[in-house]
Write a protein that binds this ligand. Structure first.
Ligand SMILES: *Cc1c(COP(=O)(O)O)cnc(C)c1O
Length: 498
């Protein structure tokens, strides 16, 4: 199976090349030239399998130049008890007959990015080796929080790689900062940048394309690569858990074989929900994909009107991992829904670059509405949802997941559709403890207390255990102390690799 670019101006490549390149040379995103389809028998046959076996089965369909041994080794190294604190890896919690939560936060950093970033390094290294590359791979990451830590955990001590993570010194939470600056591993480097996330991200983008930096790297036997969310290697592991959740519910007889479900996905960059769309195209019985947004509701407007318009106020919310105005992975959806019309996708993306908006044709708009439904939840609704889900179900959810649950309520009220719903739970409630504690304990109980005191307060109130990696974070030694200006980022990379 070859991979083609959504913009149609790159020759098709093998999956190994697609993983190594990350983004297509014409600026488009790589997609498989056709989507494999599973028969109902194939689907049922995987019911008894564990998460690793299910993952291998899905990955084999896409990673066609990997051997079965390479795939099973990658899966075993990524999804094991040393890395995930739940034996099911991605367990489904049923809180009411038609209401389930798919918990994607049992990995080392307590957010769903681990599901892909735990396995990506192994896939990437095998891809790199098979394309004859001998240089040491240097992963550069600019992060506003979750991705940086997940990438550090994924790449730590992976032979043949180094990872350098830049984060905005004043732009991440104290827990997120401590998670990164206490990172262990022989090949990891963490650098704070004086500035905001945009400064950090544009600095990293400039490094990727700076010929003098790339020349210097080549001479020292290094080569840049990227682990960002448009790499196909981030998407394909996300398809797995949609199948896995369905099979778990079927196993428990919560649904009958072939019965359709709805997935509710808290969305930012459109990666996670796109994986659910691919699962549906592959034969998973899905009725509706519900796209949940926060106040940065550019996707809700797009799904309702067919017009994507990023010219709007950007809000910093209590669900920060969804604070995004350009959802890069939407490009892959448009490619599928236009019948793989690359010139058309290319034109819309050019309009987005030049004017910040584009409008799809009526047929594509209809296709979008056929598969997706969307609404958003503001800050007050999000906090109220955390409290009511705790009161009604004795189940604690984080702010991102609460956006999903609040939007599910709106969907059910608007449509009367009570199809079994699986809400994708993207982070541990302890990771975003400030807003979660405020929702449960009230504003006064939270005022003046730091994040570690709030972890304790939340655990005391709910009887839940604080995840081990967060509990003693303030007592771990700080291993990374570099703080640089934006203009020093190039020099610091050369120093690190020197
Ligand atoms: C990244 C992230 C999201 C958004 O996922 P996308 O694939 O970007 O749509 C939602 N919740 C959490 C906790 C995340 O880290």
């Amino acid at each position: 199976m070859l991979y083609e670019s959504t913009r149609g101006r790159t020759r098709p490549v093998t999956v190994s090349e697609a993983l190594k390149l990350g983004i297509a040379p014409d600026g488009g995103l790589f997609v498989p030239e056709c989507l494999p389809v599973l028969s109902p028998d194939q689907l049922t046959g995987a019911a008894a399998a564990d998460y690793q076996q299910r993952a291998a089965r899905i990955l084999e369909l896409f990673l066609t130049d990997f051997s079965p041994g390479e795939i099973s080794e990658s899966v075993t190294r990524a999804y094991n008890a040393g890395k995930f604190d739940n034996p099911d890896v991605a367990p489904v919690r049923t809180v009411a007959p038609n209401l389930h939560f798919l918990e994607l936060w049992h990995g080392p950093t307590y957010a769903f990015k681990d599901m892909a970033l735990q396995i990506l390094p192994y896939l990437l290294m095998k891809a790199v080796a098979s394309t004859g590359e001998t240089a040491e791979i240097v992963i550069l990451v600019a992060t506003s929080g979750d991705t940086g830590k997940a990438a550090l955990e994924g790449f730590r001590d992976v032979t043949g790689t180094r990872i350098i993570v830049f984060f905005p010194a004043a732009g991440v939470s104290e827990i997120q900062r401590l998670q990164m600056v206490t990172q262990e591993g022989g090949n990891v480097h963490v650098v704070a940048v004086r500035g905001n996330f945009d400064d950090t991200q544009s600095g990293v983008k400039a490094l990727f394309t700076d010929p003098s930096v790339n020349d210097a790297l080549q001479q020292r036997g290094h080569r840049f690569s990227s682990a960002n969310s448009i790499n196909w290697g981030r998407l394909v592991p996300q398809i797995v858990y949609y199948f896995s959740a369905y099979l778990d519910l079927q196993d428990r007889e919560a649904i009958s074989p072939g019965q359709a479900v709805n997935f509710v996905v808290p969305t930012g960059n459109f990666g996670n929900i796109l994986a659910s769309f691919y699962a549906r195209c592959m034969g998973l019985p899905v009725n509706r994909l519900i796209c949940a947004a926060n106040r940065n509701n550019v996707l809700t407007d797009f799904i309702r009107t067919g017009t994507y318009d990023r010219n709007r106020t950007f809000y910093r919310t209590i669900s920060p991992s969804m604070d995004i105005l350009i959802s890069s992975n939407l490009e892959r959806l448009l490619y599928e829904l236009t019948g793989r019309n690359a010139p058309q996708v290319d034109r819309w993306m050019a309009e987005l670059r030049e004017t910040g908006r584009y409008q799809v044709d009526p047929r594509t708009r209809e296709q979008v509405a056929h598969h997706f439904w969307s609404d958003f939840a503001d800050e007050d609704e999000t906090e109220a949802e955390i409290a009511s889900t705790w009161q009604e179900h004795h189940y604690l959810i984080d702010t991102h997941t609460a956006v999903g649950k609040a939007v599910l309520n709106k969907y059910r009220a608007a449509t009367g559709d009570h199809t079994p719903a699986i809400v994708v739970s993207t982070a541990s409630p302890f990771k975003f403890n400030q807003a979660v504690a405020r929702s449960l304990l009230g504003r006064d109980a939270v005022a003046g207390r730091n994040e570690f005191e709030l972890l304790e307060a939340l655990a005391a109130f709910t009887g839940l255990e604080i995840p081990s990696g967060l509990r003693d974070l303030d007592k771990k030694p700080v291993l990374h102390t570099r703080v640089v200006g934006k203009e020093e980022m190039k020099q610091v990379v050369l120093d690190i690799l020197g």
